[in-house]
Ligand binder design. Structure first.
Ligand code: NDP
Length: 310
């Protein structure tokens, strides 16, 4: 009964130490030294496409250390019918919520303008804006989006969320479900946050058509995936004032090439895909639980619906 670690090599020690702290008897091997392929039961994969997993004839489950599995679902050699679990980790969720709350507060309290004023030694007094006057919308009211919605609502922001199916999030959070409700959801927002998984349906969703439904001067925070953003449409929306600013943590090409125009764009705040990262210390529990479930033929925690793509 073998776990094959095929995720990021520089994180291998953290993951294996955390897993062995929970169960010292685990047989963990490292890509590409798996020995007899027929002994590999469970593979842990990370943020890059793994190698050909179809060579393991008795593979019972694939566990991602990442919440988003778009790269995994597109990787060649992905065996058909083997269940896949994505990562849900309280460390990752907390980190994402803190990042987004910090960006929303920075924006609403005019952080970019205040920093620019300090650079020019300009004393600019403005009335501080209150959270209750800010309408924030979240594309994707799943594990991460829901936690952000609750925390922002707790601070007094007026929060709404959009997902495939309408939810009952409580706490004064408005929920919109399905494509037909998207224009209404977008229509009165000051700040739009994207936390959708990347699928065929959400690729390029952040485009001129969507921006056209937002009020003039809205702010975009994209922490979903880079391929959800049409870059040319973003630049046009920023130039014409449809969007006032964009905070981008994810990009079509990562690392973002040094020559890319986003780096120096005055209306773009850019972070290098660091909004949230899974922590082995908190993520290992669910991996071990899924390993045990896979070995006993039970459904996995956080199993990916391959047809939906998330
Ligand atoms: P979940 O699967 O829990 O939630 C996804 C949400 O998106 C659900 O509410 C789902 O709707 C909604 N959704 C999916 N497709 C559509 C669609 N076509 N139309 C409308 N709504 C849709 O995922 P998580 O919250 O855990 O993660 C979301 C994404 O965040 C990840 O896939 C990843 O890309 C990104 N991420 C980014 C990180 C970063 O550091 N920048 C770190 C971690 C994740 P429904 O509930 O109705 O199914």
């Amino acid at each position: 009964m073998t776990i094959l670690y095929a995720a990021e090599a520089d994180e291998a020690a953290q993951w294996t130490d955390s897993l062995r702290a929970l169960d010292p008897g685990l047989d963990i091997r490292f890509w590409p030294e798996w020995g007899d392929p027929a002994t590999v039961d469970f593979v842990v994969v990370g943020g890059r496409s793994p190698g050909d997993l179809s060579i393991f004839p008795k593979l019972k489950a694939i566990q991602s250390t990442w919440a988003g599995v778009n790269h995994l679902l597109r990787s060649p050699g992905l065996p058909q019918g083997v269940p896949i679990a994505r990562m849900v980790d309280r460390g990752l969720t907390g980190s994402m919520t803190e990042f987004v709350v910090y960006q929303v507060l920075d924006e609403w309290r005019r952080g970019p303008e205040l920093r620019a004023a300090q650079r020019d030694a300009r004393w600019v007094e403005t009335m501080p804006r209150l959270a209750k006057d800010c309408r924030v919308g979240i594309l994707g009211l799943g594990t991460l989006g829901s936690d952000i919605a609750q925390k922002l609502a707790g601070l007094g922001f007026s929060v709404s969320g959009w997902s495939r199916s309408a939810k009952e999030p409580g706490g004064n959070i408005r929920s919109f479900g399905g494509a037909d409700s998207l224009p209404t959801f977008l229509g009165d927002l000051h700040i739009l946050i994207c936390l959708l998984p990347l699928t065929a349906e959400t690729e390029n969703i952040l485009d001129a058509k969507l921006f056209g439904h937002l009020p003039q001067g809205a702010v975009l925070i994209n922490v979903g995936r880079g391929a959800q953003l049409n870059e040319a449409d973003l630049l046009a929306a920023l130039a014409e004032g449809r969007l006032r600013r964009a905070v981008l943590d994810v990009f079509r090409e990562e690392p973002l090439p040094a020559t890319h125009g986003f780096w120096r764009h005055p209306q773009i705040t850019l972070t290098p895909h660091v909004a949230a990262i899974t922590r082995a210390g908190t993520g290992a529990d669910d991996i071990l639980e899924n390993y045990r479930r896979a070995m006993s033929g039970r459904p996995l925690l956080n199993q990916v619906d391959v047809r939906k793509g998330y």
